[in-house]
Design a protein around this ligand. Structure first.
Ligand code: 5AD
Ligand code: SF4
Length: 436
């Protein structure tokens, strides 16, 4: 059981990629990996605190690891990610079986934390984070994730991210380009640039060509990379230059995730989103004007404090007017330290659940309608490999981020761009036949 690690991740893509870096650091230290916690000498639990549900999923699993540690006291159990960052020392006090914790800024400290064997919460600010290049173990598929910036300065009143991931800091452009070139050499075909708010990317070296559209231009020129995506965009920072770049750069996928959160300007203001519904609609109009066929997805929060029935109706009307390709919708969840958690007018769980249901039901109809329009059409997909549910079926994705399942023929390999004819459209996926 020497140097074998078990890793488990909760939460967003940022966390999934953080786990890839944790794995990279551990491999450098000579660790191998297991899918079975019973075989591990080191367990790292990478946590999420964006909503209560995510936190609860982790906490309900914690008892299992406590029992493992009791059975085998030499086992090291560590907790990382947003819960570790937010709770600091308190987490170690409340959970005596946990050996150490570290926040998203301190993955680099992992070797030291393991070897010192001291009970420590490594949650200090790490000013060197944007300049730290950590090895990552990626899944070896066709798609890779790359951080371009860390943290967030927006302080939306419901959101815990600025407290867990700290202030916004961009990575130097040359180091991002270097990482993507290396990924292309390894055979990755698609990169997703990751940041809480990618539109405010700025090369810390501050040259004249230092902003996000310039970064996209440089990534677009990397040989071997066929597709570029990015998440997440904040509507207030979606610039005309970025809209032009999405329209003009051939490798940039014609899809944007643009969280609306609410269709009511009063609620948007209470959320500290810094745009009105009208302002958001202007961005949607510009996107559709400059990028024909662009897919737009969004996030919506149901039952924010003070949200009236009328505000909720405005969100439903917005969904009908905009017709997003897809939406992630959540019940508002009260988070420690955030301004919204102190606001008057907190909404009861039943009302939140009912509003969420209304949103999802309406959006399902819209998503299905949009997907049905693709029936009979030819679409280009990047082949991702065998489907996890059916080994005879393969799966790929359109530039607009729709999953297409198909029966492979001939020399199909992961990472190829192929054309398929859509033969069936469902709510969450499409079925197709290889065209030509
Ligand atoms: N409650 C509900 N949803 C939230 N989100 C962030 N914080 C909260 C919260 N406290 C949602 C937002 C954001 C997405 C990543 O998670 O919609 O865009
Ligand atoms: Fe949270 Fe708002 Fe920052 Fe997104 S932009 S991470 S919702 S504070």
């Amino acid at each position: 059981m020497d140097k074998v690690a078990y890793l488990q991740t909760w939460g967003c893509q940022m966390n999934v990629h953080d786990t890839e870096k944790i794995a990279g650091v551990l491999r450098h230290e000579g660790y191998a990996f297991t899918d079975n916690p019973e075989d591990a000498a080191l367990i790292i639990l990478n946590t999420c605190s964006i909503r209560e549900k995510a936190e609860h999923k982790f906490l309900s699993r914690l008892g299992y690891f406590k029992r493992l540690k009791r059975k085998r006291p030499t086992l090291q159990v560590a907790v990382s990610g947003c819960i570790a960052q937010q709770e600091g020392e308190k987490f170690l006090i409340d959970n005596q079986f946990v050996d150490f914790t570290f926040g998203p800024q301190n993955i680099v400290k992992l070797p030291e934390l393991i070897s010192k064997g001291k009970r420590k919460a490594s949650v200090e600010e790490n000013p060197a984070l944007p300049d730290t290049e950590l090895p990552a173990i990626r899944d070896g598929g066709a798609r890779a994730w790359v951080n371009i910036m860390y943290g967030c300065n927006n302080f939306c009143s419901y959101c815990v991210v600025p407290y867990t991931r700290g202030r916004e800091r961009s990575r130097p452009m040359d180091s991002i380009i270097g990482e993507i070139r290396a990924l292309a050499d390894e055979g990755y075909k698609e990169v997703t640039l990751l940041g809480q708010n990618v539109n405010s990317y700025k090369d810390p070296k501050e040259g004249p060509n230092s902003s996000f559209p310039q970064l996209l231009n440089r990534v677009n020129a990397i040989q071997g990379i066929k597709r570029i995506r990015f998440i997440t965009s904040h509507p207030k920072d979606l610039s005309p230059e970025l809209i032009s770049a999405i329209g003009a750069l051939d490798k940039l996928c014609k899809h944007i995730h643009l969280p609306l959160q609410s269709g009511s300007t009063v609620i948007l203001s209470a959320m500290n989103r810094k745009y009105s519904y009208k302002g958001y609609m202007e961005k949607i109009t510009a996107l559709r004007q400059h990028i024909p066929g662009v897919a737009i997805t969004s996030d919506i929060i149901a039952g924010f404090p003070g949200e009236t029935g009328q505000d909720h109706e405005q969100t439903l009307a917005a969904l009908g007017e905009i017709e997003f390709d897809g939406v992630f919708a959540f019940k508002y969840s009260k988070r420690r330290n955030t301004r919204a958690s102190e606001m008057e007018g907190q909404i009861d769980e039943d009302t939140k659940a009912e509003r969420l249901r209304n949103i999802l039901e309406l959006q399902d109809i819209i998503t299905e309608k949009i997907n049905h329009r693709l029936n009979g059409r030819n679409v280009e997909i990047l082949v991702e490999g065998q489907s996890s549910s059916d080994p005879n079926t393969w799966t790929g994705r359109t530039g607009t981020n729709k999953i297409v399942n198909f029966i492979p023929e001939g020399q199909i390999t992961k990472g190829m761009l192929i054309t398929v004819n859509v033969t069936n459209a469902f709510r969450h996926s499409l079925e197709g036949r290889i065209a030509g």
